[in-house]
Design a protein around this ligand. Structure first.
Ligand code: ADP
Ligand code: MG
Length: 226
């Protein structure tokens, strides 16, 4: 399988670090400004608790997700069936779906599709995509998850009934820190992209005002493998 060149990796991490510094400085400046004025004028900061906590939560989420890129990644690749892994993710996401008033439906190829995978990473990839789907949809949305095989490739589709992604955003959505959400980090899809790349696969999408489908394709292993 392909591995990113070390120099390429360092370049990416450098870019991300610069982006992170920028993203962290803004909320820190806001919080610092509030506290400074409050102290000087002896204001009661209680009305600002929500704002301050919101900004701190955002920094904490950003740094948490950033670690996914930069922490020395102990990879744990094994040949495993995709069906089992996706079923586990669906079980994990069921209660959140119910809470949000959404539904998850699935249709899997019966024959097990074996992939050389780092299971935790594939779980994280699918959770990121399903979360985005949930966040895009009004109540009563449906996320449809399909798994099928084409020749020597296994394909997972995650389709939602959301409003779609505007044409002018399409070339940015995989960029780190691109977000259209108030409290988004914009790191989810760039993490997805990296995970798929680490598995020698591809990720693409189709989107219309009736919904979006993300499609992840990975090389499959014949039989049960090792
Ligand atoms: P975040 O979820 O923190 O905004 P992501 O990298 O996960 O960051 O997604 C980047 C952006 O891509 C989102 O803010 C949203 O605009 C768009 N997006 C991703 N998935 C979907 C989807 N299923 N439907 C509509 N827009 C989406
Ligand atoms: Mg996201």
């Amino acid at each position: 399988e392909e591995h990113m060149l070390r120099s390429e990796k360092l370049r990416l991490i450098g870019e991300l670090a610069a982006g992170m510094a920028h993203e962290i400085r803004n909320p820190l400046t806001t919080v610092r400004g509030f506290l400074q004025i409050a102290k000087e004028k002896n204001y009661n900061i209680e009305p600002w608790y929500e704002v301050i906590m919101g900004e701190i939560t955002r920094i904490s989420e950003l740094t948490g997700e950033f670690l996914q890129f930069s922490k020395p990644h102990v990879s744990n690749f094994k040949v495993q069936p995709l069906q089992e892994c996706i079923q586990r993710v669906i079980d994990l996401m069921k209660s959140e779906a119910v809470l949000l008033g959404h539904q998850i439906e699935h249709e899997f190829e019966l024959d097990p599709i074996y992939i050389l995978m780092d299971r935790d990473k594939i779980v994280q990839l699918l959770i990121n995509l399903i979360k985005n789907a949930f966040e895009a949809m009004e109540e009563n949305g449906v996320v449809f998850i399909r798994l099928y095989r084409v020749g020597s490739l296994g394909t997972i589709e995650i389709q939602d009934t959301g409003p779609g992604i505007p044409q002018e955003h399409l070339d940015q959505i995989f960029h780190p820190f691109f977000t259209t959400k108030k409290t988004g980090t914009g790191l989810g899809l760039s993490i997805c992209h990296k995970i798929v790349q680490d598995h020698g696969g591809t990720i693409d999408l189709e989107s219309s005002p009736k919904g979006t489908t993300f499609r992840v394709t990975c090389p499959a292993v014949h039989g049960s493998g090792m």
